[in-house]
Write a protein that binds this ligand. Structure first.
Ligand code: G3P
Length: 218
């Protein structure tokens, strides 16, 4: 399973990248706004900076909602760097645009996916990635991880090539469950990634080893 970081914060991207386990970055308009990025040029420059920091797929989201707007915006985003993946919402014109990008060799990430039916449409349109929002489904008292398993089963049965990108990840356990259920990618904030490191027995064991190591010194 690939690890993407879900943020537009450069310090957090740097920290995850330095761990050596980062395969890419996902962003969305909310994450860009959180970093205070304003204006089309600043947005493009920010994506360029991220692409220069991380050697992997970088999702950049369109904000148009009509076919022509999505295609024009996507072309501009894709021209920033070869690693840009155009992120397109799961709406009717979005599906049409996904197909256009597929036919024109531009990688895509279909976002705001909350059902297996939507995931089938994204795959039919040739999306590179499909992003089911696990945490937001959990927020509504459904089990977001069930959807990951359902999509994995459908894609495997049908031979769809679209990669399942588990998104809206809120905890380290989400990451483990996504891996168990066959997600191809998990995109998460830095905290759940670092949370994977934690186990009290590791801390206790290391303290004991270091204490005993002192006995080995002359
Ligand atoms: O990857 C999608 C993500 O950015 C949404 O996460 O926590 O806002 O539901 P969240």
């Amino acid at each position: 399973m690939k690890f993407f970081i879900d943020t537009a914060n450069l310090a957090q991207i740097k920290e995850a990248n330095e761990l050596g386990i980062l395969d890419g970055v996902t962003t969305n308009p909310s994450l860009m706004a959180k970093e205070g990025i304003k204006g089309e040029e600043a947005v493009r420059n920010h994506y360029k900076t991220i692409c220069e920091m991380v050697d992997g797929d970088i999702s950049a989201e369109v904000i148009s909602t009509d076919f022509n707007g999505i295609v024009e915006e996507g072309k501009i985003l894709a021209a920033i760097h070869p690693n840009i993946v155009v992120k397109v919402p799961m709406i009717k014109d979005g599906v049409k645009a996904l197909k256009w990008f597929t036919d024109n060799g531009i990688k895509t990430n279909c976002t705001l996916v909350f059902s297996a039916g939507q995931a089938i449409l994204a795959a039919k349109a040739g999306a590179t990635y499909v992003s089911p929002f696990v945490g937001r489904i959990d927020d509504g008292n459904w089990d977001g991880m069930e959807l990951i398993g359902q999509i994995a089963q459908i894609y495997s049965l049908q031979g769809f090539k679209t990669q399942i990108l588990a998104a809206s990840i809120r905890s380290s356990l989400h990451i483990v469950r996504a891996a168990e259920l066959g997600a191809d990618v998990c995109t998460c904030p830095l905290e759940p990634i670092l949370g994977l490191l934690k186990h009290p027995l590791t801390d206790i064991g290391l303290a004991k080893f270091l204490e005993d190591a002192k006995k080995m010194k002359q």
